[in-house]
Design a protein around this ligand. Structure first.
Ligand code: NAP
Length: 335
């Protein structure tokens, strides 16, 4: 997600953002909105690219327009696109890097992670809880804890991830479709992923029945693979085996799933946290009290208050009657 602003003498001349994959980059969109950028400063959250990709190099466009100074927040670790700052300096443009660096890194955390790490996808947990911290009532009903505005936001959130995952119990109890069905239609639906050591996924579930149309993966232990394959023959579900959570996540990365949104349940979420395999949490909190129920991370070991890791809040928003807080384990900063 990239946005750019062109300024001169404290006045905004033009603004632009990268609307979608393959569309003009933010800097080019801002230049298109500005009749004369001679001597201007361009402020942008990612280092301008210096390569010819789906669109021409932004550095060339900035230089050609006569931009005098470029201020960007984080370097672009993408192998082909990197080096924009050096190209601008060589062309005589003044360059500054680091403005609001942490905020900019959080904005594009899955991208920055995936460009520099290959052992697993960027993993984000998404959970909806009551005020007293439950993700389902005492009778395991969780539909719906939050209101329609928060649920619409989840559909938008899914469009930004390569994969959307749940634990096998959630797949069975909630029978979710795990597709992005909001106002923003993704170029391609995220791959649906179910974590289940046993491989005992019910073929009657909606996500199994639609696996012919939307890529769907069941992640099992190596010993359960053949049983799972027998059970799901002809459904289109791809059975992938991996040792432990680390091995399973590694298999997803090898399938080019660079970012994964894990939508519970609490047992899977707790195991990911316990093994330090979660990078971000999207926590939607609804103004209801359930008294008893399924606690958000029930199976975690107790942690002493003075030893608890303090996550970094990167976003807070209200959706209808519910609040969203987004926290990162730590900010992933490129060099
Ligand atoms: N409010 C919310 O945000 C929310 C979100 C999701 C779910 N829920 C609710 O949560 C409940 C279900 O959650 P849950 O905690 O009981 O179960 P869960 O986390 O959805 O699923 C547990 C299953 O996931 C698999 N699993 C867990 N850890 C694994 C690992 N390390 N490797 C591979 N597979 C692993 C196992 O499958 P096998 O048995 O095959 O080994 C395990 O039985 C439902 O009531 C649902 O409605 C609420």
């Amino acid at each position: 997600m990239v946005g750019a602003v062109l300024l001169r003498g404290g006045q905004v001349l033009g603004e632009g953002y990268h609307r979608e994959f393959g569309a003009p980059h933010a800097e080019v969109a801002a230049l298109a909105a500005c009749p004369d950028a001679e001597g201007a400063t361009c402020v942008v959250n990612l280092e301008p690219c210096s390569h010819l990709g789906k669109t021409p190099a932004c550095t060339d466009a900035l230089v050609a327009a006569g931009v005098r100074r470029v201020v960007f927040a984080v370097r672009d670790p993408h192998r082909a696109a990197a080096g924009g700052a050096d190209a601008l300096i060589r062309a005589g443009v003044e360059v500054e890097c680091g403005l609001l660096r942490e905020q900019a890194a959080a904005l594009n955390a899955p991208f920055l992670w995936a460009e520099t790490r290959t052992e697993r996808p960027f993993v984000a947990l998404k959970l909806a809880t009551s005020l007293d911290g439950f993700v389902a009532d005492e009778w395991h009903k969780s539909q719906w804890i939050t209101g329609p505005e928060a649920r619409e936001h989840v559909h938008w959130l899914r469009t930004g991830f390569d994969g959307v995952a749940v634990g096998r119990a959630t797949a069975e109890v909630d029978d979710p479709q795990l597709t992005a069905r909001g106002a923003t239609v993704p170029r391609k639906q995220p791959t649906r992923v179910v974590f289940g050591r046993s491989g005992l996924l019910d073929p009657k579930l909606r996500l199994v029945r639609s696996a012919g149309e939307i890529s769907s993966v069941l992640l099992v232990d190596p010993g359960s693979r053949s049983q799972a394959e027998d059970r799901l023959t002809g459904t289109g579900v791809r059975v992938v085996a991996g040792e432990g959570l680390v091995g399973k996540l590694h298999e997803l990365r090898a399938m080019a799933i660079r970012s994964l949104l894990v939508e519970g349940g609490p047992r899977l979420a707790a195991e990911l946290l316990e093994r330090d395999l979660a990078d971000r949490i999207y926590l939607y909190q609804a103004p209801i009290l359930l008294g008893q129920g399924l606690a958000a991370f029930a199976t975690r070991q107790p942690v002493r208050l003075d030893a608890a890791v303090r996550w970094v809040p990167v976003e807070r928003k209200a959706f209808g009657d519910s609040n969203l807080i987004v926290v990162d384990r730590k900010i992933c900063l490129p060099e």
